[in-house]
Design a protein around this ligand. Structure first.
Ligand code: DON
Length: 301
């Protein structure tokens, strides 16, 4: 199978599509990104990397960071985290507050914003503010020995902090149920820093290597099946069902237009196209993954 040729054909096809979706107006710096950008990268289990389009251009990973934060929390705090966040699809928007009232401030899953705020709070309690930041970056670096330096985009984090009223509401609301332990300010700062990390498709695909390893001879964290199951069920919020039907892979999106998708035992895929669909997931990124899976037979179904 000629993965490089398949990626090249997909990139060409995507370049010609006029409807590129919407940029996320609620995060001003993300509206400055060129919607014509499109990149893809695939890391195979044997380490080979295939790239196409703007695969070396850095973008804001945003909610894809929730995968690393969850893995770090699981590996350092273990299964007790599931007392504070559940493992169920939400069927609601990524920043929705409605379920928290009737569900005692316990978010449905770690990938909606409410759940990711709880995970950020868990990391703060475990490591303190400085420690949580440093451990988070180090955890991503440790995913891939070949990863060039990655960093927080402090300006992006500050802009989100200054305008993130919905996230502030979610954190304050959960605090009233006792499900946020640290000052809301500190939780928001940690969460927005996590979201602000920038990576290219090449880097992002590389960081997914540990998640594909579950079915290879290489050792994998015992938490990998849990994380992949949650990516499949919750990684695209209220668009997760349609993503599972169309792509058939565990995936996690971000409002920066990136998606990380895992083919267990076979490949880690990153795609980036900044325009979003109605659920806040990359419009052409999803289409490109659908085409890649059709050409390769990589759907887990
Ligand atoms: O908290 C927010 O709203 C953003 N920092 C992240 C949201 C996001 O990426 C949703 N994903 N598609």
């Amino acid at each position: 199978m000629d993965i490089a040729a398949i990626l090249g054909a997909i990139v060409n096809e995507m370049r010609g599509i006029a409807d590129r979706g919407m940029l996320p107006g609620y995060i001003p710096p993300l509206t400055q990104v060129d919607p014509q950008r499109f990149g893809m990268a695939v890391t195979m289990a044997d380490g080979r990397m295939h790239v196409a389009g703007d695969a070396d251009e850095a973008f804001s990973i945003q909610s894809i960071s929730k995968v690393y934060a969850l893995m770090l929390a699981l590996e350092t705090c273990g299964d007790p985290i599931w007392q504070r966040v559940r493992q169920e699809p939400s069927g609601t928007a990524f920043n929705s507050i409605v379920q928290l009232e009737s569900e005692h401030g316990i978010p449905r899953n770690p990938f909606i914003n409410a759940g990711a705020l709880v995970i950020a709070d868990i990391l703060l309690t475990r490591f303190g503010a400085e420690g949580a930041r440093a451990r988070f970056l180090q955890f991503i670096r440790d995913r891939d020995d070949a990863l060039p330096p990655i960093a927080f985009d402090e300006d992006m984090a500050r802009v989100e902090y200054e305008s993130g009223f919905r996230n502030a509401a979610l954190a304050n609301y959960m605090r009233t149920f006792g499900n946020i332990e640290n000052p809301v300010d500190a939780v928001l700062k940690q969460y927005f820093l996590q979201c602000s990390v920038t990576m290219s498709c090449r880097q992002l695909a590389g960081t997914g290597r540990g998640l594909m390893r579950g079915r290879t001879a290489e050792p994998a964290s015992r938490h990998v099946p849990t994380v992949l199951a949650l990516m499949m069920m919750c990684g695209h919020y209220d668009g997760s069902g349609a993503f599972a039907v169309r792509v058939g892979l565990p995936g996690k999106s971000g409002v920066g237009g990136g998606i990380l998708a895992i083919v267990p035992g076979i490949a880690s895929i990153a795609v980036w196209s900044p325009g979003l669909n109605a659920q806040g997931n990359s419009l052409l990124g999803t289409l490109a993954l659908e085409k890649l899976v059709r050409a390769t037979g990589w759907s887990v179904f």
